[in-house]
Design a protein. Structure first.
Length: 222
C-alpha cells in the first residue's frame, strides 16, 4: 500500500494534486497575511512581477546538472529582492510561489516530502534574506544566507531520496558536493554583480521608491 502511495506522486495526476494542494495553501496564507495587513496590495503586485522575472531568468540556464539543478542567469536574485524590499514574510511567500512555478514547468516528483523540500520549501528559504537587509552589505549577506537555506533543503532531499546516485560514496558528502557545485557559482556571480556600486545603488533606489507611501488627502471643508 505504501509503495502504491509513493508511486502515485510520480504520475501526472499525483503531481497535479500536489501542485493544487500547495497552491491552495499559498493562496490561503497570502490571503491571511493580506487581511492581517502584513502584506499590502502593492507588495503582492510587485512580488508577482519579481516572481515572473525570477522564473524567466531561472529558465536561462548557463549550466545544468545531470540529476537536476543548474546555474542560471540570476534566477534567485529577484526572490531575494522581494525579501530585501518588503521583508521576510513577502520573500518567503514569493519563494514558495516561485518553487511551485518551477514544479509546474518541470516536475520531478518521487515522494510528497521530496516535492516540498525541492520546490516550495527550497525556494521559500531564499526569502529569509529579508531578515538581513540592514547595513551596507545587507543585500549580499541576505542573498548568501538565503541560498544557504536553499542548499540545506536540496542537500536534505538528496540524502533522503537520491542516495542511490551516490554509489559507494557517503550520501551526505555526495549530496552536499552535488548541490553546492551549482549553487555556489551562481552565488559568486550574483554577489559580484550586485556589489557593483551602480547596480547596488539602483536596487536601493527602487526599494526606496517602493516603500514610499502615498500622501493621505485630507477632505476639503465646504
Amino acid at each position: 500500500m505504501f509503495d502504491s502511495f509513493n508511486a502515485f506522486w510520480e504520475t501526472p495526476g499525483g503531481t497535479a494534486a500536489a501542485i493544487a494542494l500547495c497552491a491552495l495553501a499559498l493562496a490561503l496564507l497570502a490571503g491571511s497575511l493580506y487581511r492581517g495587513k502584513r502584506l499590502s496590495a502593492k507588495t503582492l503586485a510587485y512580488s508577482g512581477i519579481c516572481i515572473a522575472l525570477s522564473f524567466i531568468l531561472g529558465n536561462i540556464k548557463l549550466f545544468s546538472m545531470p540529476q537536476g539543478g543548474s546555474v542560471t542567469a540570476f534566477g534567485s536574485l529577484f526572490i531575494v529582492l522581494v525579501g530585501y524590499w518588503f521583508g521576510p514574510a513577502a520573500g518567503i511567500l514569493a519563494g514558495a510561489a516561485e518553487g511551485l512555478l518551477n514544479l509546474v514547468s518541470g516536475p520531478y516528483v518521487i515522494h510528497p516530502a521530496q516535492l516540498l523540500l525541492d520546490y516550495p520549501m527550497g525556494f521559500a528559504a531564499l526569502g529569509i534574506a529579508g531578515f538581513f537587509k540592514k547595513g551596507k552589505w545587507g543585500l549580499q549577506i541576505g542573498y548568501c544566507i538565503g541560498n544557504i537555506g536553499r542548499a540545506f533543503f536540496s542537500i536534505l532531499s538528496g540524502v533522503i531520496f537520491f542516495a542511490s546516485y551516490a554509489g559507494d560514496q557517503n550520501p551526505i558528502i555526495y549530496s552536499t558536493v552535488y548541490n553546492l557545485s551549482y549553487i555556489i557559482p551562481e552565488v559568486v556571480i550574483t554577489v559580484a554583480i550586485v556589489s557593483i556600486p551602480a547596480v547596488k545603488g539602483a536596487i536601493d533606489r527602487v526599494g526606496a521608491q517602493l516603500q514610499e507611501e502615498r500622501p493621505v488627502r485630507k477632505p476639503k471643508h465646504a
